[in-house]
Design a protein around this ligand. Structure first.
Ligand code: ZN
Length: 267
């Protein structure tokens, strides 16, 4: 069985059964971006505890199943509308950045494309710039996606961040080309039946190739599938794609991008 990496999954919302099933399907490493936990936290202390969970508790839980766990830290755009609150959370991040499993800042981005979200996005890009971190970007869903993706890429272009150290996630058919053309990495999130399914992701790979592209499950507390990556590998195999292509999209590419952090390791 070929090993795979799920580079975007929210294990704090998943059970140990999920870890076990992922390990059985070949998962050797995951990375977990900081995001909304299904509810708004009532204080910045809630984020301090969340960052402890991401940097300490989850790596231990994953290790029980032979899976390496790394994470990304930030205030997510869904909770960034209150600028003062968001800044309190941002002030907590630097003390965690030296943790051996923290790969960078993420998933930052936009949710409703609001002015306040953009202010906080820019401040977190500045933090990534000054501390030389990789960046993982969340793009808004449905009708806000195209506009939001362009606003985010423009904000990054206004910094000195190297686009090859930034991955723009949740791309779909109408955003993937511009993300790749502007030099960024792109992530396709596989949802069970809405948005980007394994079949649509396979179509995108057939149209755009595999360069600077990865797939992930973004499994979380809502309808999602922690086995979405192996299911997409099966879809690609059933269409006659080579083991090499399947390995590139689900193992080699995440390994290449995540290794730019200098901290990512598999065993
Ligand atoms: Zn996510």
């Amino acid at each position: 069985m070929m090993a795979y990496i799920d580079p975007h999954i929210h294990m704090v919302s998943r059970t140990t059964d999920d870890y076990q099933r992922m390990a059985q399907a070949g998962c050797v490493a995951i990375t977990e971006p900081a995001f909304w936990a299904g509810f708004d936290r009532s204080s910045s202390q809630g984020f301090f505890d969340y960052f402890r969970q991401l940097t300490d508790t989850e790596p231990k839980r994953a290790a029980t199943y032979g899976i390496k766990h790394h994470c990304w830290l930030c205030i997510n755009p869904k909770e960034a509308e209150d600028v003062g609150f968001a800044r309190e959370v941002i002030s907590i991040i630097p003390e965690f950045l030296d943790c051996p499993t923290v790969l960078g800042i993420g998933e930052i981005g936009l949710n409703k494309n609001s002015k306040n979200e953009l202010i906080i996005l820019e401040e977190q890009l500045a933090l990534a710039e000054s501390t030389n971190q990789l960046v993982l970007v969340h793009t808004p869903h449905l009708e806000d996606k195209l506009k939001g993706t362009n606003l985010i890429m423009d904000a990054i272009d206004n910094t000195s961040l190297d686009p090859t150290r930034v991955l723009i996630d949740h791309v779909e058919e109408h955003t993937i080309k511009s993300v790749l053309d502007r030099g960024f990495w792109a992530g396709m999130t596989l949802y069970p039946d809405s948005k980007c399914t394994p079949q649509r992701a396979a179509d995108c790979i057939e149209m755009y190739g595999t360069e600077r592209l990865w797939i992930n499950s973004a499994g979380d507390w809502g309808p999602s599938d922690p086995l979405a990556v192996p299911k997409c590998r099966l879809e690609l195999a059933s269409r006659g794609h080579s083991e090499e292509l399947i390995n590139t999209i689900s193992f080699g590419n995440p390994l290449d991008f995540l290794s730019k952090s200098g901290k990512f390791s598999i065993s």
